[in-house]
Design a protein around this ligand. Structure first.
Ligand code: PLP
Length: 398
């Protein structure tokens, strides 16, 4: 591994970065420290630990405050994001919730871009107001609207890049510049869709980056988790908050995420290539009205994605002619894809947002979010690129 900082995390980083030099028993693979608490040899040792004088700086006191298997995941993600440190949580939403409840207080104001994970929007617009935290939601990627929304009380700007499901990208270095000029505002970027292989928001000026590790980082659709990476002082605050809030990641889940993380580079490379090829195959197809993929020239974020990202990621959204019923037929006929929520794993998944995550919304509410009933979200896995393309085209043509 070279010591010069790279713009994106490499496959070598994914295998090695952040791994300890030595492990117990000279084991190659990491171990699961399946324990809820830790012992002290005697009262003198406990007192030394409490005074911060224990020679074993890495020992833990109780499972809610830390775990060595979880710590390895945190160190690996910190390295991949080019961060001082990282802290893991029981899910992506636990991570985001913990950041918001740690950094905000009554009277503060938050700016959020509209196209984002639905539960993040719900947290900001429905839960935070109960605690006296105000918000403004601005159109995706619109930095002018974001700047106009800033108030003296604004403390946090939250952005995804790319967003879910329309893959809008935000010009993160400009966003950070605007926010810096206003003083005490922090930028939180949900980089779940990008992964450190495709984008590194901290290098572009973000204060904190959050991941749903459930998706690409773990990559196998068999575990939930979340990680936040950033400077030591903020991660330290979050770690303390985790000990109070209690949204800890189970050590076995951390083991699975680290195991998945090692193949992140390879998986994302394949997913980038397949998604771009599928997006190109869909664009101009007579049965497709619109395709959203950040590395298609027709996407409003093309220039930003091109400048800021290594690849466009594994998600492609598209609207088919014929409305909700025709879209459902395409979803049902797409042989290779499983109908399921989530994305970022080995298997190609497909869903119609109007029926999956936005099922209970009225047509008017869907329109407000620009969710067309005929919108399909395809999240490619690591199957052969041609097989994925053939399945999607066949589903459209049958
Ligand atoms: N952020 C994004 C962009 C997501 O898509 C999701 C879930 O789909 C989350 C956060 C929440 O992650 P989790 O399901 O691990 O809580």
């Amino acid at each position: 591994m070279s010591n010069t900082p790279r713009r994106f995390a490499s496959s070598t980083d994914a295998v090695h970065a952040g791994a300890p030099r030595e492990r117990p028993h000279h084991a190659l693979a990491h171990e699961v420290a399946q324990t809820a608490t830790y012992t002290f040899a005697n009262t003198a040792e406990l007192e030394r630990y409490m005074r911060g004088e224990d020679p074993d700086a890495h020992r833990e006191e109780y499972g809610r405050y830390g775990n060595p298997t979880v710590r390895e995941l945190e160190q690996r993600v910190a390295e991949l994001e080019g961060a001082d440190d990282a802290v893991a949580f029981s899910s992506g939403m636990a991570a985001t919730t913990s950041v918001l409840f740690t950094l905000l207080k009554a009277g503060d104001h938050v700016v959020l871009f509209r196209d984002c994970y639905r539960r993040t929007r719900q947290l900001v617009t429905q839960f935070l107001p109960r605690f006296g935290v105000e918000h403004t939601v601005v159109p995706p990627g619109d930095l002018g609207a974001m700047e106009r929304a800033l108030r003296d009380s604004t403390r946090l700007v939250i952005s995804e890049s790319p967003t879910n499901p329309f893959l809008y990208c935000v010009e993160l270095d400009r966003l950070a510049q605007i926010v810096r000029a206003r003083g005490r505002i922090r930028v939180l970027v949900d980089s779940t869709l990008a992964t450190p292989v495709n984008a590194r928001p901290l290098a572009l000026g973000a204060d904190l980056v959050v991941h749903s590790a459930t998706k690409y980082l773990s990559g196998h659709n068999d575990v939930l988790g979340g990680v936040v990476a950033g400077p030591s002082h903020l991660v330290g605050l979050l770690r303390e908050a985790r000990g109070v809030f209690g949204a800890v990641l189970d050590p076995h889940a951390a083991f699975l995420i680290v195991r998945g993380l090692k193949s992140l580079g390879l998986r994302v490379e394949r997913q980038n290539a397949t998604a771009l090829a599928v997006a190109r195959a869909l664009e101009g197809h007579p049965k497709v009205r619109r395709v959203f993929y950040p590395l298609l020239e027709s996407h409003p974020s093309y220039a930003i994605a091109n400048a800021q990202m290594q690849g466009g990621g594994g998600m492609v959204s598209f609207v088919v002619n014929g409305g909700r019923a025709e879209a459902a037929r395409v979803v049902d006929r797409c042989r290779i894809a499983k109908i399921a929520a989530s994305f970022g794993g080995l298997e190609t998944l497909i869903e119609q947002p109007a029926i999956m995550c936005y099922f209970e919304l009225s047509d008017e509410q869907l329109r407000a979010l620009e969710i067309d009933p005929a919108l399909i979200r395809l999240s490619v896995g690591i199957e052969d690129t041609q097989d994925v393309i053939d399945s999607v085209l066949q589903a459209l043509e049958d």
